[in-house]
Ligand binder design. Structure first.
Ligand code: LIP
Length: 268
């Protein structure tokens, strides 16, 4: 796909992310209780997730009918030019009115992510990355943190019931034994955006879907960090473990979760 076609999609992704964020903000600030349905343990879906999912699919079908679409709530299949979308990443936070969730939109063309947008509508933070063009937050360039070492590093270690609890407890144990500090904030998209803008130093989770992470992983790469090879072994459709961080902690963090690093993602 040529650069102009990617640029059109990149601009459109920001436009519809902001509109979709407006829908989430309406629910978030309404006085009503946010109704949530359990898809599994600690795995929720709300009316807002479904409304935003429909809204984004409709807008994309009108603008780029030739492209494929894969979303958390509607699913989808692989396509050479594919939109990968999480209408609300961090639904548990959203349902509890914790302002730590985002609309996540990635455009994946010919096997690699070319555009990533992560929008937190309550904090009005628009994180944007285009491959080869760097990463920004609300238009300002962002870079990963110049971490001094593990004892200076804060990692967001995401948890979901999609992997055995014992594996997560062991992961956290290895983090602490390696002298990392950790948090578990409940949104992979925001966690990766926070690595990209230097608020935290790394992100790890044993299993996630592509809609949770593709946009965030491009943010980290374009902000000078490194990321795991998420789409290896059909991760695009089957999901995968994820790891990302700043240059200074690559080896110790890889020691904690030894998964393959994306070839082109080693820091510049
Ligand atoms: C969430 C992820 C988070 C994970 C949660 C959940 P959702 O995505 O962003 O990292 O720990 O279990 O999967 O379901 O809110 O889109």
């Amino acid at each position: 796909m040529n650069s102009l076609d990617i640029a059109r999609r990149h601009a459109f992704a920001q436009e519809i992310a902001r509109e979709a964020g407006g829908i989430a903000r309406r629910y978030f600030h309404s006085g009503d209780r946010i109704q949530a349905t359990e898809k599994g343990a600690h795995d929720l879906v709300t009316q807002a997730d479904l409304e935003i999912d429909r809204f984004l699919i409709e807008r994309l079908r009108q603008a780029f009918p030739e492209d494929g679409i894969l979303t958390e709530e509607s699913g989808g299949s692989a396509a050479p030019n594919l939109w990968v979308i999480d209408p609300i990443d961090g639904t548990t936070n959203f349902a509890r009115r914790i302002p730590h969730f985002a609309v996540s939109i990635a455009f994946h063309a010919e096997g690699r992510t070319e555009s990533g947008v992560v929008y937190n509508p309550v904090l009005d933070e628009m994180f944007v990355a285009r491959r080869g063009f760097g990463a920004t937050c609300n238009g300002q360039p962002i870079r990963v943190r110049p971490t001094r070492g593990v004892t200076d590093a804060l990692i967001d270690a995401g948890y979901s019931s999609k992997r055995p609890l014992a594996d997560y407890v062991a992961l956290v144990g290895r983090l602490l034994e390696s002298d990392f500090a950790f948090v578990q904030n409940g949104s992979a998209a925001i966690g990766l955006a926070q690595v990209a803008c230097g608020r935290i130093d790394g992100y790890c989770e044993l299993f996630l879907h592509s809609w949770d992470v593709l946009a965030g992983l491009l943010l980290v790469e374009e902000a000078g960090g490194w990321v795991s090879d998420f789409t290896a072994r059909d991760g695009l459709l089957q999901g995968n473990a994820v790891l990302a961080g700043t240059p200074a902690i690559r080896e110790p963090l890889q020691g904690v979760l030894p998964i393959a690093i994306a070839a082109g993602a080693l820091p510049r």
